[in-house]
Design a protein around this ligand. Sequence first.
Ligand code: FEO
Ligand code: CA
Ligand code: CA
Length: 638
Amino acid sequence: MGFKSSDPDEVSNPRMLNAPATIGDLIELRISRRLFLGGAAATAVAGAAGCANSGPSRAPGASFTFAEIERAMDDTHHAPAGYAADVLLRWGDALFEDSPPFDPMHQTAAAQRRQFGVNNDFIGFIALDPAADGSARALLCVNHEYANAKMMFPGVEPDYPALLTKAHCEVEMAGHGSSIVEIVKRDGKWRPVIPSKFNRRITAETPMSLTGPAAGDDRLKTHEDPEGRTVLGTVFNCAGGITAWGSYLMAEENFHNYFGGELPDGHAEAPTLKRYSVGSSPRFVWGRYFDRFNLGKEQHEANRFGWIVEVDPFDPTSTPKKRTALGRFKHEGAESVIAPDGRVVLYSGDDERFEYVYKFVSDRKYVDGDRRANIDILESGTLHVARFDADGTLQWLRLVFGEGPLTAENGFRSQADVLIETRRAADLLGATPMDRPEDVEADHRTGRVYLMLTNNNRRKADQVNAANPRADNKFGHIIEIIEPDGDFASTTSRWDFLVKCGDPADPAVGATWNPATTKNGWFGSPDNCAIDPSGRLWIATDGNAETGAADGLWAMETTGPLRGAGRAFFRAPIGGEVTGPRFADDGTTLFLSVQHPGDDGTTFFERPLTRWPDFSHEMPARASVLQINKIDGGPIGS
Ligand code: FEO
Ligand code: CA
Ligand code: CA
């Protein structure tokens, strides 16, 4: 079976596999319903009558003025009138002077290592000094999340996956990781700079250091790395972050997909591997050809994935660092913000049904302008996990060895154990099981943090809680976290719903949108988000096809009378998901990833749903980065 990144089948949380909500949860839920129905006046509860038709393009009080695009689905992408959406980088595009042309019928790992990788996701933008002619320059840091051999290689359909060879796997490995690309803006459009001293490919084989409290731990030692300090590569890099000191963070998400083979009976790592669903549903066949991905031969390699990787994008010879202090789980993203006292705070969701939301607070303080002082700031700090209480408070619980239940009695011997088994530690602390936490983005101007909860079709009626109040939550919701006085390092916060997604015209869905939301403005399955330079929220979806329309990007008001009103800005081609939204610093360009275009899970290389963006029979569908510019050169969205 092929797969889209959006369909993790797993439920690994033992608290939710069979257990209904506790009585405490149900009491909390009743309190919470009263609280939110009575108190959250800003977010209107829209029933069938609450959804206005598409009317004037500018509602009173709106900060967005673009003309909404239509809810629909077809073979290409769509942006509003007055905007140009152009392909910037496609799978297989050249990044270096010696990059061979993309030849989809004769792919090699050597070629792929010199080309833009597969299924681009996160996009980071780091402004550089202008070029000699005054043109704007920047580094684009792009994750390549995962490969799908069915859509990637010709000739595997007759007997997939049996036909996959070692050479196929090597091309897949070379397509993973990231591309760091210098870009320059001339005549109103960005283009790649080749050659550039910055351009780099990172792959599933690039040597990386393990750093922080778990580095060198016995559980991270393998046959190939008896020191437990050097890992080859990174996989399933979903979202990520750019830090205040100009480093690039790559989040390792669904790493369980890569490990095949059978774990020896009674192996000590079995419970931990199970908690991360490693071995339950491998979607790659790398374990056939590479011992480190075969659980029968190597039992510790999986412990070396599921981390946040920090990259210095200014030095293509630098060794990426896996920062173990930030915990091990299926990290969706890694956006950070500086707390008022200077500590670095990083939010990250664990994207699986019933998993948790985390917040890391560094020990050391950020020093403005001193990159050397900041570069290893993520080496040490305190990881917390969220408990959303029904009275609107949010407690951030410390994941620290020796505190509370995180002791030898429960099998933890050190902080390394707490970090390698972050999920089990969070279970014991009573964290709130969420509806697939995806991206989290903080607004440093307001102290508000936006959390995307994409969906959860496994939550039963007796498993709801205050922050996840809908059973069979097909369409997800967005929570706003309010940090007290903008103190991102606080261990007590407030929370509220921004919207509950889905069709507001169908009362059975239980969606809540601002009543000004048009028939195009609502969506399902929020995934990635971005805050533009004016502080406005934008949301990309992964799974909006469940609502009958393509995935896309929506703008959303978060303050004023239109709080909770969505507005449709961009639509992906059929089968595609929108990821990685990122604004240039001046707000005049929006970069977007379109992932897995033409893929519905049953499709193959030879018969995609669309051959976007080339529309040539000689080219497969290709994930690409788009740049969206307003034709008059003004800020995006207004
Ligand atoms: Fe890779 Fe959670 O999406
Ligand atoms: Ca997703
Ligand atoms: Ca995602």
